[in-house]
Design a protein around this ligand. Sequence first.
Ligand code: ATP
Length: 470
Amino acid sequence: MEQYLCNPLFKKLGSIADEQGISVFVIGGYVRDIFLKRQSKDIDILVIGNGIDYAEKVGKALGTAVSIFKNFGTAMLRYNDLEVEFVGARKESYRSNSRKPIVEDGTLEDDQKRRDFTINTLAISLNKDSYGELTDPFKGIEDMDLRLIRTPLDARETFSDDPLRMMRAIRFAAQLHFVIDEEAINAIKLNKERIGIVSKERVTDELNKIILSECPSVGFEYLFDTGLLELIFPQMAQLYGVEVINGKGHKDNFYHTLEVLDNVAAMSDDLWLRWAAILHDIAKPATKRFDPLHGWSFHGHEDKGARMVPKIFSQLKLPLNEKMKFVQKLVQLHLRPIVLAQALITDSAVRRLLFDAGEDIEALMLLCHADVTTKNEYKKKKYRQNFELVKQKLKSVEERDQIRNWQPPVSGNDIMELFNLKAGKEVGLIKNYIREGILEGEISNTRDEALKFALKKAGELGLKPVRQLL
Ligand code: ATP
């Protein structure tokens, strides 16, 4: 074990503890990640005694400031780029209406028992006479070999005591590519309603970690199968299922969404682009229609979906800022490149897409690429080839017309001065004529042509310029 404790901090922590005559251990995620060969940012130090007093001694010895959280009985200091957290060993008991336990001082084993999963209970001693000794009373190492998420104590009690652990179980399964033990799955199903006592922020924090994992569908399948998804994010659970009428079915939008999400995850780490994948078809259940002639349709699901985004973000306590607007824009536009790829591509359609997507055009193209999930290899190849054409066309039109960061070549002020107008409807009308003229390709995206065009359109409205052009 010693070879894994190569950071000189560990020896130092041990010798300070020896001086004080107390036992200390490195515990939890840091130890787990040693065995899983993962990078850890935090070190949790367990003190059999008073964690805060010990942390203050360590802070003094290292010449580092210590942050103390008296209410939690914990302390924290920074050592190089690591966060080191100190906590006294504790024994916990729970009441039914709160995640907050009643806490007493405890032994190493009491403290290991209160931890969520066997893989998170491992402790390594830092005192000199037992330096590097591993304590693994719940077979955490064995579970790591089996790639298993299992609770150290009775699973029903573990999840009932602190229901956030249900989300954590699924998050660890997604992050580590582990399987959740069957007893734990059944206990989550039994306790799912208790997720209601956990703050929305904490739930969403875990949800975002699932979304940011390498293959997020693993986590979502667990969320769906346990019934948690229906409770925390019902709109997504409603995507599930296939309806068949007259022998015609539509695709299962839940599994399609998961496929799109995994495709996006393989290409981008961006949380918000992943959220756009999750939400791109969110309004399909609400817009679903069956027509005996044409079969299933989801007409307008992109508009309705975009309108649903703010409510979903607010429900989940996600930020209602430009990140939400980005997701909303992608949901709104997600069919446009596909429509383009299917039709004869005109320059004006390309300019309109560049105008509407602006800076987010690459993200949109990535989402659309990921959205092609047909199992028909011929169709898939054809779609993707068409996409390449759209991409080339986007590139050449942008090079020529510079639409993606479009600023009107003639401003509202210019128009007011030219025709001696006050701000009002007519100024807006002329600005729209110019924008439409450029997007339709009637004029080029230059000030000169835009001014001449403005003059012509203003003339049609009965307006005359009060000064010379240019
Ligand atoms: P990560 O840093 O990836 O979130 P971690 O395991 O370090 O993983 P933390 O949330 O930092 O997770 O928690 C540190 C340790 O505290 C865990 O390894 C676990 O032993 C324990 N722990 C954290 N949250 C809970 C909980 N809700 N119930 C029981 N034990 C917990």
